[in-house]
Write a protein that binds this ligand. Structure first.
Ligand SMILES: *Cc1c(COP(=O)(O)O)cnc(C)c1O
Length: 417
């Protein structure tokens, strides 16, 4: 590798202090693997479940059983796991439209929702069919400057129309920390205390399998996520999932297909095996991504950059941000990472405008599955503080190679080699 000997030596030193953290991540992976294996055994997963259906997809036992397996793994009554769910945003929006009715109010208690939800809610742009157009009101309560839930403001905001309280588990592209399950358990119980019939929805993207329990284990009524992130284990070619109370999953299924048809239809075509096998691998893949994130955090901190989270901080998602401090370093980082991708290594990332962003965005990602962010990728808007967000990584070894290449490019640029 064309990595400077000085950087390699430093990386070696950094790695030595990470062993105890790696052991903790492995403990979580073992507990999650156990949970998945238990669910597979309980639901008698067999070879015939991998067979797909066509057409309407009636009596697709493989698909239906996968949903039972997901429900068990996620500690919920029911789940919907479909390749017809096109993305995480779709899974979230199907959940929200499934349970909200005109006149209801949606309350985000964790500040601004993920960018892609703004148009669906109707707080940005003017997308036909947004919740706003359907007469669903929206309010949000900001987190405190420390990144905690603002309990007094939440109490103030909840009223007789508040039907759904929404929480984003992951940090997303914000500088706040992610929420751990302990913290989620407390806020869910607080919300239920204020309004017992409130539906608590958690955007679970990037958080799955990072800990040994999920938001549904601690009282969330419905959660949703993408299969090309944690739960797909790098093998799911597309799709999304929802899990939670049966009544709400049924409502969301009616929204996803048609009222009266719900979850009964939806051909799985050929993806059942990949979805089962991806779920089987997910605990390990998430642990690889976490080890890579911890490694990246420690390495860049050692190099003098501000990072979040710190390498030894408790994590609620797989995202690692590094404040690189200049647009040039963001470009250098992405190019270094891209050069060590398995796909499109020959492509040179360039900053470009993106719909929905005011600033140019740079991204790196050479993935087998388009846009998969459980495979290694990095991106960020070219604006203060010039932070890059790194996520995923199917193997820690691959992440080390790619992240060292990114670091090498940054150091070369700043003449620190
Ligand atoms: C990725 C993500 C989404 C949206 O998922 P897409 O698959 O990109 O539509 C929503 N919320 C969070 C926190 C995410 O990380």
């Amino acid at each position: 590798m064309e990595i400077s000997p000085k950087l390699l030596e430093l990386a070696q030193r950094v790695e030595e202090k990470l062993s105890p953290l790696y052991r903790d991540i492995e403990k979580t992976a073992i507990a999650n693997h156990n949970k998945v294996l238990k669910a597979f055994a309980e639901h008698k997963v067999s070879e015939f479940h991998f067979k797909g259906s066509t057409g309407y997809g009636y009596n697709d036992e493989g698909r239906d059983n996968l949903e039972r397996v997901y429900a068990s793994v996620l500690g919920s009554e029911a789940a919907l796991v479909r390749s017809q769910i096109v993305s995480g945003t779709h899974a979230i929006v199907a959940s929200l439209f499934g349970v909200l009715r005109p006149g209801d109010e949606l309350l985000s208690v964790s500040g601004a929702p993920y960018d892609t939800l703004e148009e669906a809610i109707g707080i940005r742009g003017n997308a036909p069919g947004s919740m706003q157009e359907w007469g669903i009101a929206y309010k949000q309560v900001e987190l405190t400057p420390q990144g905690d839930f603002d309990l007094a403001a939440i109490k103030e905001a909840i009223n007789s129309k508040t039907r759904v309280a929404m929480i984003q588990r992951s940090r997303g592209y914000a500088t706040r920390p992610s929420f751990t399950i302990d913290v989620l358990a407390k806020i869910i119980s607080y919300l239920k205390g204020l309004k017992p019939d409130i539906i608590v929805f958690v955007d679970n993207c990037y958080g799955e399998m990072v800990e040994t329990s999920e938001p549904t284990d601690v009282g969330a009524d419905i959660i949703a996520g993408s299969l090309i992130k944690n739960m797909g284990g790098g093998l799911a070619p597309t799709g999304g999932y929802l899990a939670g109370k049966k009544i709400y999953i049924d409502q969301a299924a009616n929204r996803l297909t048609a009222p009266g048809i719900g979850a009964e239809v939806g051909a799985s075509l050929g993806v059942n095996r990949q979805l089962y096998q991806g779920l089987f691998l997910a605990p390990h893949i998430v642990s690889e991504a976490l080890k890579g994130a911890v490694y990246t955090s420690a390495l860049f901190q050692e190099l003098g950059y501000l990072v979040s989270p710190n390498f030894d901080e408790k994590r609620g998602d797989i995202i690692q941000s590094i404040i690189l401090g200049s647009p040039e370093q963001m470009v250098a980082f992405c190019r270094g990472l891209q050069e060590k991708s398995p796909v499109d290594a020959h492509v040179r990332p360039e900053p470009a405008p993106m719909p929905g962003y005011n600033d140019q965005v740079i991204m790196a990602g050479g993935t087998f599955i388009q846009g998969s962010s459980i495979e290694l990728s990095a991106d960020g808007p070219l604006r203060e503080p010039y932070a890059i967000y790194l996520q995923g990584g199917l193997s820690k070894e691959y992440m080390k190679i790619a992240v060292l290449s990114a670091a090498n490019k940054c150091l070369k640029l700043t003449n620190k080699l």
